[in-house]
Write a protein that binds this ligand. Structure first.
Ligand code: SAH
Length: 391
């Protein structure tokens, strides 16, 4: 059973978004509280007339409750295995997991009805990350649910150091994975190191965009900036690119890119990786590349940083538009949640205007089926990209 530690009553009118299944209760929506919940405990949320709206994790802050249930009866702990089972079924039905791919995002927070939880699966190893104290408290139950629903998972690594605002040790909750570990994504091979790597170890969200890039890479010279562990570089090489240069400001990432290039049977001497700042690297590289990938980290994590971030995207894209060969292709991305599609598009337009070359938009890109967005929680959409053709 789940212990419900308090009842939270909303102000009149503030129940509307909850009734539309939006999972966040903001502090400003709360009228009063019965009980004294600790951060991470389960609470019941009620409207101004005391009708139950749902149940979720309490945590003092702007988002005070993250709802996991919109029922009027308290859930039991099987809520985790039910939701994880449903999430896995969706990945199987949408063919994200198949004979060519053994890595996928199993749980994408709100998009899977589990706000505050991320789970990525890498060829038998699940890497779990909590972004709320409620998920942190329930981590053993969640690990049990993963084991129950995905019997091929032999190890579960819990990686929430630095994501919670409290001290949480990274540790194995099941088994003992050995890093780096080889995964297969659309038949491309990668080493993943969830212990030392960024986030959960690999950026699964670019899978379908990498596949598309592969389709445009045969015989061309490619520059993959912000390459991390070389995701786009490996796809380009396996698809027959004549030359691939990879750039990242992290030495560890560059090392793993080299290893990944070699893992796929290519010579990292012929396809060098540079430990450099993209903005510096790109300056004097005019007319050297047919295809350029721009996949920077989120330049804006908060709304206050948005203006500065837009300047960063504009400068970066303008540089690439200046140096790319005629008839070249740019894959450009933003993973800042606070920069929406329209704003990103407008920024790319202003970079194009600044550079003055003829440019066409070939495709709009987004996040794949294992990074679902609840239609009631549009905030879950973060990755957007454009394929540009530069004449
Ligand atoms: N495209 C990658 C993911 C990119 S994540 C993939 O498919 O896996 C963003 C990367 O940008 C990180 O590896 C980070 O180290 C790198 N980075 C951040 N600032 C940078 C800069 N100014 N120049 C080059 N790389 C940078």
């Amino acid at each position: 059973m789940i212990k419900i530690s308090a009842s939270i009553f909303l102000k009149r009118g503030r129940e509307a978004s909850v009734k539309r299944n939006h999972p966040w209760i903001f502090s400003g929506a709360i009228q009063s509280m019965e009980g004294k919940p600790e951060d991470g405990e389960w609470v019941e949320v009620k409207d101004f007339q005391h009708a139950t709206l749902g149940f979720g994790h309490y945590q003092k802050g702007t988002i005070t409750v993250r709802l996991l249930s919109f029922e009027n009866k308290a859930p039991n702990l099987s809520i985790y295995s039910n939701k994880i089972g449903a999430a896995y079924e969706q990945r199987v039905l949408t063919r994200v997991v198949n004979e060519h791919t053994n890595c996928f995002r199993l749980v994408h927070g709100e998009g899977d009805g589990l706000p505050g939880l991320i789970v990525d699966v890498y060829n038998g190893v699940a890497v779990m990350q909590a972004h709320s104290l409620g998920m942190h408290n329930d981590r053993q139950t969640i690990a049990g649910a993963i084991q129950e629903k995905l019997n091929f998972v032999h190890s579960i690594y819990y990686k929430s150091h630095g994501t919670l605002g409290i001290k949480a040790e990274n540790e194995y909750l099941l088994g003992m994975g050995v890093v780096p570990h080889v995964i297969t994504e659309h038949n491309n091979k990668f080493y993943v190191d969830w212990e030392e790597g960024q986030k959960t170890g690999f950026f699964l969200d670019q899978r379908e965009n990498r596949k598309l890039l592969g389709q445009m890479s045969r015989g061309v010279s490619v520059l993959n900036t912000f390459c991390y562990t070389g995701g786009f570089s490996v796809y380009a090489l396996n698809a027959g690119a004549s030359r691939v240069h990879s750039v990242d400001a992290s030495e560890k990432a560059v090392e793993l890119t080299k290893k990944n290039i070699e893992l796929n049977g290519f010579d990292a001497g012929q396809h060098p990786c540079f430990d450099a700042d993209t903005f510096d690297f790109i300056k004097d590289k005019k007319n050297q590349y047919d295809l350029i990938i721009l996949d920077p980290p989120a330049f804006a994590k908060h709304k206050d940083a948005r203006h500065q971030a837009m300047k960063g995207y504009q400068r970066l894209n303008a540089e690439a538009m200046k140096i790319i060969k005629p008839n070249g292709i740019i894959f450009t991305f933003s993973c800042s949640q606070v920069v929406d599609q329209q704003l990103f598009y407008d920024t790319i337009v202003s970079a194009a205007v600044q550079v003055g070359r003829e440019i066409k938009v070939l495709q709009h890109l987004g996040q794949p089926a294992d990074h679902p967005v609840s239609i009631y929680h549009p905030e879950g959409e973060y990755l957007k990209g454009l394929v540009l053709y530069v004449l």
